[in-house]
Design a protein around this ligand. Structure first.
Ligand code: F6P
Length: 370
């Protein structure tokens, strides 16, 4: 049992996902129930690192009253950022040159100055890696897995994923009817930088004809053959669902630009696939990019419940003396070392039963090998 905790802070980092506010509410209520004070850090860690940017303070007092009625709201009431990783902070040295510095020690100092005894960091791979660095330096941290992409290791699911799959499936249903009416091919792009979970689950649930995911490099000729084979059977429309990180067998991922300090920004794969399919199939083709629509909006009941469970479990974990762990779901709730959770991404296993189901349903992955 942890005796020393009086005040905790909650941080939301990286891309937002439906369910963040439900985690914040559950963690706050569970903390208040134990008599702890609870703060929310604004915009990742910016609220404590750069308090001067916040005229009303970089910390938000989280109370039973202030978290009322937020469970169903999308986004995060704390704000988030996926820039300015404190492990690789760009700072100017004495000569005025920009250098990269690990500011995690400084961040711990800022947390302690604010009287914070422990941290709940709600995030994906990036935020949890920062959390692990703080924990290695001795600061108590519990991570809560968040990403619509569902690509975090050591947990069977992340909150936000179900909401993204639900919305993508609804969009595919809508696009189906317009594709069929016009006898067109619709190429639909969804998020999924390294892993194709959203495309796979939504594509199977909503009967896409082709699913292209990062784990299975695609051959555009195979995609075109599927569309032509359907045409020959009188099915004169097709839905091709492509994850933003999918790449052709002989090519690279589609990049639209770079984000300073974060690397490549993906996008544009739907347009590229459409441009190559048009001459091969002689079909009229349209594209739809669901992009950030998948991250917004109200969480599904599944995600709300999952997020509430994870938030409450994070506080229970702290109360039991857990630190340097992520709350994970695998049947029940487990605590797994943060380092293990962030050591590698959870990719779609090509031999999984959902891939096998898709193949049995006649869905193509654009590969001759599958
Ligand atoms: O949340 C993860 C993710 O959805 C990735 O699939 C995508 O590449 C990324 O976010 C885009 O984030 P942003 O546009 O906020 O930089």
């Amino acid at each position: 049992m942890e005796e020393g905790i009086r005040t905790i802070a909650i941080s939301t980092g990286g891309g937002d996902a439906p369910g963040l506010n439900a985690v914040i509410r559950a963690a706050t209520l569970a903390a208040c129930k134990r008599g702890w004070r609870c703060f929310g850090i604004r915009d990742g860690y910016d609220g404590v690192l750069f308090p001067e940017r916040y005229p009303n303070g970089g910390l938000i007092d989280l109370t039973v009253e202030s978290v009322r009625g937020i469970t169903h709201l999308g986004g995060t009431v704390l704000g988030t950022t996926n820039r300015g990783n404190p492990l690789f902070m760009k700072v100017q040295d004495a000569q005025g040159n920009w250098v990269t510095e690990d500011r995690s020690g400084h961040l711990i100092g800022c947390l302690k100055e604010n009287g914070i005894d422990a941290l709940i960091t709600i995030g994906g791979d990036g935020s949890l890696t920062i959390g692990a660095a703080l924990a290695r330096k001795g600061f108590p941290v519990i991570g809560v897995p968040k990403t619509i992409d569902n690509d975090l290791n050591k947990t069977s699911v992340t909150f936000g994923f179900d909401s993204a799959v639900s919305f993508a499936s609804e969009c595919l249903d809508r696009l189906h009817t317009t594709a069929a009416s016009h006898r067109r091919v619709l190429v639909v792009e969804v998020m999924g930088r390294y892993a194709g979970w959203i495309a796979l689950h939504a594509g199977v649930a909503a009967s896409a004809d082709v699913i292209l995911i990062p784990e299975i490099p695609f051959d555009i000729e195979v995609v075109a053959d599927k569309i032509k084979e359907r045409e020959a059977r009188g099915r004169d429309f097709s839905i091709v669902l492509v994850a933003e990180g999918a790449k052709p067998i002989d090519g690279e991922v589609s990049v639209v630009g770079t984000v300073r300090g974060r690397g490549e920004r993906l996008g544009g794969i739907a347009e590229k696939v459409a441009a190559q399919l048009e001459p091969l199939t002689k079909k009229e083709i349209r594209t739809a990019v669901l992009g950030h629509l998948l991250r917004g909006g109200t969480p599904t009941p599944f995600d709300r419940l999952l997020a509430l469970r994870l938030g409450a479990a994070a506080v229970r974990g702290l109360a039991e003396g857990q630190k340097n762990v992520m709350v994970a779901v695998d049947g029940g709730i487990h605590y797994v070392p943060l380092d293990e959770a962030t050591s590698h991404m959870k990719l779609v296993p090509v031999d999984s039963d959902i891939v096998a189901t898709a193949k049995d349903l006649g869905i193509s992955f654009g590969s001759r090998d599958l």
